[in-house]
Ligand binder design. Structure first.
Ligand code: URA
Length: 250
């Protein structure tokens, strides 16, 4: 079944439907090389639609899922040593195509994204885009103000200094401290190693935020698709905002 030309143009991100209708009336839209004059013309996916001679195509429909990763499951797609993977926790129909965006350790809980949008996943994990991740870490011992300062300024790990971080104490109880740590790098076991370097073993670690997204009330083991607003803010955070976010309300 075909799609009406104005709708197709809107799906391509060329303009709103009204704007697309104006373009057709201006005679700058062609279908298979012929100037289109009828806004209600039906186009098929195989048709070549161009605006001012430049071919346009609708954005591919991609999925971004937020999972509340529980402890004890691994982030790899298949792991012979760990039969429980995050993929087992997502809806069966999405398993073949979604991949985790970065990793959380087996024992880390919290916000994990999975997507089939390779470009988005690349940008979300590449240090160049500096996406901030927020962790809540329960650590052993009391944490002194100079240790908080050291975590903020950078800790020397075996591969070098960590970048500046935002760190604050959320709670101090008996001989344990709850820290909120915001980092924009993604080194292996980074938060655990930063705390351990200062002599504080991490007892529990949860990622509560990823860029503009928050885990909210999503229960451990549960997953949901991002809302259009969340998807838009995530794409904006990595410089993909100028591309069309296809609306499904038309
Ligand atoms: N830092 C860690 O140490 N572990 C994680 O899973 C994520 C960040």
């Amino acid at each position: 079944m075909g799609t009406r030309l104005v709708r197709y143009l809107a799906q391509c991100g060329v303009a709103s439907r009204r704007g697309a209708a104006d373009l057709v009336r201006q005679g700058v839209v062609s279908v298979n090389g012929e100037i289109a004059t009828n806004v209600a013309l039906s186009v098929e996916p195989t048709d070549q639609v161009a605006v001012r001679g430049k071919e346009v195509r609708p954005a591919a429909r991609t999925t971004v899922l937020m999972l509340h990763k529980p402890a004890g499951v691994v982030c790899s797609r298949r792991d012979p040593h760990n039969p429980d993977t995050v993929i087992d926790l997502i809806p069966a129909e999405l398993r073949p195509r979604l991949k985790p965006v970065g990793r959380l350790d087996k024992d880390t809980t919290g916000l994990l994204l999975l997507t089939d949008d390779g470009d988005l996943a690349f940008r979300l994990t590449h240090p160049r885009y500096g996406i901030e991740k927020t962790y809540v870490a329960l650590v052993e011992g009391g944490v002194a103000p100079e240790e908080i300062e050291a975590l903020r300024e950078g800790v020397h790990l075996e591969e070098g200094w960590t970048a500046e971080a935002k760190v604050r104490i959320l709670d101090e109880a008996r001989d344990r401290t709850t820290l909120e740590i915001r980092i924009h790098e993604g080194r292996k076991r980074q938060v655990r190693r930063m705390c351990e370097k200062l002599g504080h073993r991490v007892v529990r670690l949860e990622r509560t935020e990823f860029g503009p997204l928050k885990i909210g009330r999503l229960q451990p083991g549960a997953s949901r698709e991002l809302t259009p607003k969340e998807t838009a803010s995530l794409r904006q955070a990595v410089g993909l905002a100028d591309e069309l976010i296809t609306t499904h309300d038309e």
